[in-house]
Design a protein around this ligand. Structure first.
Ligand code: ZN
Length: 286
């Protein structure tokens, strides 16, 4: 594998233009999914999000890093295929053994690592609750996710309690709360819900498969969605060695909720993130 070329000051303008092109392409594709999702959401949309977008991104990265484009696109396609398969496995995790859930999680992280590093040096990154394992230049680093650290604290203050057996079973922080009289939990009438890298269910762990898919979306959005350090580049300099920017899911989810608010759609069922989870976990075709 060719070493990365040193940054050229004169290349910053084309790089910015390519970044802009990437954002426009992603926004266009997501917009297309958003518009189509009003009408339908199925196999094509899941393939576009998990394989199409990473392949477009890999082509642009390969060009930026002066690597061969075809292997990068193929690598991203393979990674995307693995992410998709992992999500399909997550769907049945509730009825399977812990080993099956961990296999799905490992497959998701290998797939996401292949897809996100396509067009540059291969690196492996994996989330384990609030902690991230990140390889860089052959060395392993342990970091804390910005969102991944804050979200569990918010869950605790909101009255949820950590379930260690469920957390170990699914490989991500799982919380439980008491059921309301109508069988829902929390304040929004949900049967279960996710807060990016963790999820909250009732005391029986019902609907964990659907929520596990949201945690896999969180892993994917770490690289596929705009994130805080992209929207606010000055923040990247302030994050020291300890912190990792895992805010892509929150940015993506907020954008989709804003879209729902402006179009009158229901954010609990009609945004692409929810439709993807319902399609994969509950086999609901929109
Ligand atoms: Zn959901």
């Amino acid at each position: 594998m060719a070493p990365a070329l040193p940054a050229q000051p004169s290349s910053s303008r084309p790089r910015r233009a390519l970044l802009l092109l990437l954002l426009v392409l992603e926004a266009g594709a997501l917009g297309w999914v958003g518009i189509r999702s009003v009408l339908a959401f199925g196999d094509k949309e899941v393939t576009l999000i998990n394989m199409g977008l990473p392949m477009i991104r890999a082509a642009i990265r390969a060009r930026r890093h002066r690597r061969q484009m075809a292997p990068a696109v193929l690598q991203a396609g393979l990674g995307g295929f693995m992410m998709r398969k992992a999500m399909e496995k997550a769907e049945s995790a509730e009825d399977r053994t812990a080993w099956e859930a961990w296999r799905a999680k490992l497959m998701m992280n290998v797939g996401a690592s292949l897809a996100e590093s396509a067009g540059s040096d291969l690196e492996f990154r994996m989330d384990l609750g609030p902690v991230w394992m990140v390889t860089q230049a052959g060395k392993v680093h342990w970091k804390l996710g910005l969102h991944g650290s804050l979200a569990p604290l918010l869950n605790r203050t909101d009255g949820a309690r950590v379930s260690w057996p469920q957390s170990l079973r699914y490989g991500t922080l799982a919380f439980q709360r008491e059921r309301n009289a109508d069988g829902t939990i929390g304040h929004r009438g949900a049967l279960a819900y996710s807060n990016a890298n963790n999820f909250i269910t009732n005391d029986r762990g019902h609907h964990a498969g659907h929520e596990l898919i949201h945690t896999f979306q969180y892993r994917r959005d770490v690289f596929l969605s705009p994130r805080l350090t992209r929207l606010w580049p000055g923040l990247a300099d302030r994050l020291d060695e300890v912190w990792f920017d895992d805010t892509g899911w929150a940015v993506n989810w907020s954008a989709q909720c804003l879209w729902a608010k402006t179009t009158g759609a229901n954010r609990d069922f009609e945004i692409p993130m929810e439709k993807e989870a319902y399609y994969l976990a509950d086999h609901i075709q929109f």
